[in-house]
Design a protein around this ligand. Structure first.
Ligand SMILES: Cc1cc2nc3c(=O)[nH]c(=O)nc-3n(C[C@H](O)[C@H](O)[C@H](O)COP(=O)(O)OP(=O)(O)OC[C@H]3O[C@@H](n4cnc5c(N)ncnc54)[C@H](O)[C@@H]3O)c2cc1C
Length: 511
């Protein structure tokens, strides 16, 4: 059987970026991915098809009570980045330190912002991030500007930004991973003619995701092999238990086993933990890399919510992933503790708004199209804190169960209030005061798109799963490179940190 130098399991932000980094090393690299290529088809941009879960896994998970739920998970080459909104933010400097929150302490990281800064630079360059530095007062120091200037706001977003500024807030363009088309002189277009971006696949390839950037880049090298539709079932070790030697996968109902000198797990924080738990053997009775008992614990998914701000003023924006309101990240006038981040999200389609606006639909002749044309969509994120009891478990068949109780909800509640007050003030400044209404909801246990923390890294093998190089403390050649390693979640979207970390760990594995 052919033996590889490195096997990478999973092709998302972590695995796809790591493959890109390692490809030029000449090492024989095998990438195993449970999904296939996401088909380019008309349904990519059909809101109803996407909302009905066409690209979501049909897999069901269970909560602590044993109740089934459908996780917001996408198994494709490129992982969840195929559907992501491409908002690529750095964690703030304070996120690497111990910080007190409404519900307790967010723990310190073993490495600091300065250790990640050069990798953030490289990740932003690789994923073609468009942004503007110096506007967001919470952004951490960077040695250079963004690789590309921020996308210009559409007129309505420019008005909202101006009205937010009048309130003393610091709205900034969301840093976006996007490969804009170039004209025949190689100049970038400043407009993106894509409306459905956040939460949709992008058949044009303009979205800089870990498939088109990472995996396609890696596959230019003859030493890299991608095998799709291979779900990793188990990682096998040698008899000493110190070395991972092979990966057993399911493919078309058959088991296949692949060997390598180094094995990297990049299945996303929940599936990575599940795979290691399923890989228990005589030497690792509680799961591979789990002598600490921490594997699968400290699951964080963020307190994420959608706030739809309806105003009498029309919002004809098409590409609305525009404004970040960072002002409450570290706290507020009436909160000594951090609240979180507020961002625009993609525009809700009229087809999907009926549920959200409920009884208001049809009142005064306002149909779904009216609401869609007047709503500004926001995504708010408050940090959740790592708790040992919030964890990933697997049953005898290997199915996933999440024990997860949200925490730090006071931060979420206050953040939502801040947004409502800010948008009420926008309406007052614009002379349409009193007309603003708010719809939306907080994401529940199925909203795992920001999952992280299940194999946290640290210096003490008794309290962490991985060392600071993301190598399992318990094994000599097993790494986890995705969002699993986060000791805390911060309150920004996780992908850029997973990408930057993959470049960091990739450098260590290169030689
Ligand atoms: C709609 C949506 C919008 C989002 N928007 C943003 C955003 O704007 N900004 C941001 O930073 N983040 C965003 N995210 C979150 C972002 O996509 C994730 O944080 C990121 O993809 C995590 O990377 P990862 O490598 O940890 O895992 P994933 O991207 O989930 O990759 C894991 C990979 O492993 C594969 N896999 C899983 N189990 C196995 C197995 N047993 N065997 C083989 N392969 C396996 C999966 O198919 C997948 O390819 C969004 C997510 C969604 C769903």
């Amino acid at each position: 059987m052919e033996k590889f130098d490195i096997i990478i399991i999973g092709t998302g932000a972590g695995g796809g970026t790591l493959a890109w980094k390692l490809a030029p090393s000449g090492k024989r690299i095998l990438i195993l991915e449970r999904g296939d290529f996401l088909p380019k088809e008309k349904e990519n941009w059909e809101p109803l098809a996407v909302a009905q879960g066409r690209y979501k896994t049909p897999e069901m998970w269970r909560d602590a009570a044993g109740k089934e739920f459908s996780p917001y998970q996408h198994y494709w080459v490129g992982g969840n980045t195929k559907l992501y909104g491409g908002a690529l933010l750095r964690l703030r400097e304070s996120d690497f330190e111990a910080v007190e929150h409404w519900d307790g302490i967010s723990p310190e990281w073993p490495l600091k912002y300065r250790d990640f800064a050069p990798w953030y630079d490289q990740a932003e360059a690789l994923y073609a991030v468009h942004g503007a530095r110096g506007i967001d007062p919470t952004e951490p120091p960077a040695s250079n500007g963004y690789p590309y200037p921020a996308l210009p706001y559409e007129p309505r977003m420019a008005e909202v930004s101006a009205a937010l500024k009048k309130q003393g807030l610091n709205p900034a363009p969301i840093p976006l991973a996007i490969r804009l088309p170039q004209d025949h002189n190689g100049r970038q277009s400043d407009r993106l003619h894509i409306e459905l971006y956040d939460g949709y696949p992008d058949p044009t390839g303009a979205k800089a995701d870990s498939h088109v950037v990472g995996i396609q880049g890696a596959l230019q090298y003859p030493n890299v092999t991608l095998l799709r539709s291979r779900k990793a079932l188990k990682i096998n070790t040698d008899t000493s238990g110190r070395r991972a030697v092979s990966v057993t996968v399911a493919h078309e109902g058959m088991a296949e086993t692949y060997q390598a000198d180094t094995i990297v797990v990049s299945c996303g924080a929940i599936n990575s933990a599940a795979l290691l738990l399923r890989s228990a053997n005589e030497k690792h009775p509680n799961g591979l890399a789990n002598s600490s008992g921490q594997l699968g614990r400290n699951l964080m998914i963020h307190n994420n919510g959608i706030v739809l701000a309806y105003s009498a003023k029309a919002n004809p924006s098409t590409f609305q992933k525009a404004i970040l309101i960072p002002d409450f990240y570290h706290g507020a006038d009436d909160s000594p503790y951090p609240l979180g981040a507020i961002q625009n999200m993609g525009k809700a389609d009229p087809l999907l708004l009926a549920d959200a606006v409920g009884d208001d639909l049809g009142k005064d002749g306002k149909d779904a199209a009216h609401f869609a044309n007047h709503i500004i969509d926001f995504f708010i994120t408050a940090e959740d804190l790592p708790r040992a009891e919030n964890r990933v478990l697997t049953d005898a068949e290997g199915n996933i169960q999440l024990h997860y109780t949200p925490n730090n909800l006071e931060a979420y509640r206050r953040l939502r209030e801040k947004l409502i007050r800010a948008m009420d003030s926008v309406a007052e400044i614009e002379g349409v005061g009193g007309s603003t209404r708010y719809y939306g909801f907080k994401l529940g246990i199925g909203g795992v798109s920001h999952q992280n923390g299940t194999c946290r890294f640290g210096d003490d093998p008794a309290t962490s799963v991985l060392d600071r190089n993301c190598k399992a403390h318990d094994l000599d050649n097993l790494y986890v490179v995705d969002t699993s390693f986060f000791p805390s979640s911060g309150a920004v979207n996780p992908s850029l940190t997973a990408m930057a970390n993959a470049l960091r760990v990739g450098t260590l594995l290169y030689n």
